[in-house]
Design a protein. Structure first.
Length: 222
């Protein structure tokens, strides 16, 4: 029980350290995880990632803004740098799949996209981030090059959102089995159906859950 109590304490310190952007505390807790021979992968998923989820919630509620999110990200990656080299081989082999992500052409908003990207990276996806204001054809090219199981398109404006439909059509023509998630302020479930996407998510945590579900179903099909 002592080990479990220590684990819970360190997971909470990691999570709190991320969303409170206490980088030194995250580094200290991550090193204590290793010193106590606790599971590094568990610390990443149930410690660091939980903290980033909370940061995302605070951002959505407009309690946090860009500067705070950047500080949270710094704390997150400080912990990842320490813990990642100690993830067991079998956990590394749990790579959830390859994801292509980007904000579509005509849109330079990328905070939400970056939050989703971080959650994917922490969870073990191999992420190819195309950035913002991405030419529509680039999504298709990158999916074909990487054989990504999942493509994530982001747009915060109604005008740029229309480009998503074209990207989805182009990808479907070349590879109908690819899973496509779209997100951003104007995206609704109705838009998902109209554009022919597979899912949307209203926050980074739900995006991760949807991604895991879709990639899992794709593997079952194969």
């Amino acid at each position: 029980m002592a080990d479990e109590a220590k684990r819970e304490e360190l997971l909470k310190r990691l999570a709190d350290g991320v969303w409170k952007f206490e980088e030194e505390e995250v580094v200290a807790a991550a090193n204590e995880v290793l010193a106590a021979n606790l599971d590094a992968y568990d610390a990443i998923i149930n410690g660091l990632a939980k903290g980033m989820e909370e940061a995302g919630r605070l951002w959505e509620e407009e309690e946090y803004f860009v500067p705070e999110l950047l500080l949270c990200a710094d704390a997150l990656y400080a912990g990842l740098d320490i813990l990642r080299p100690h993830v067991k081989i079998e956990d590394k082999a749990k790579s959830k799949g390859v994801v292509v992500i980007g904000t579509v052409q005509g849109d330079v908003h990328d905070i939400g996209k970056n939050l989703v990207k971080m959650m994917f990276e922490v969870a073990g996806f191999e992420v190819h981030d195309l950035g913002k204001d991405v030419e529509l054809e680039k999504f298709v090219e990158e999916q074909l090059k990487t054989n990504a199981a999942l493509v994530c398109l982001s747009a915060m404006m109604t005008t740029s959102m229309l480009g998503m439909e074209r990207v989805i059509k182009m990808i479907r023509e070349r590879n109908p089995n690819v899973r496509i998630m779209i997100g951003g302020a104007p995206v609704t479930q109705e838009i998902v159906s109209k554009f022919g996407a597979d899912a949307t998510a209203d926050n980074a945590s739900n995006a991760l859950k949807e991604a895991l579900r879709m990639v899992s179903s794709l593997r079952t099909m194969q």
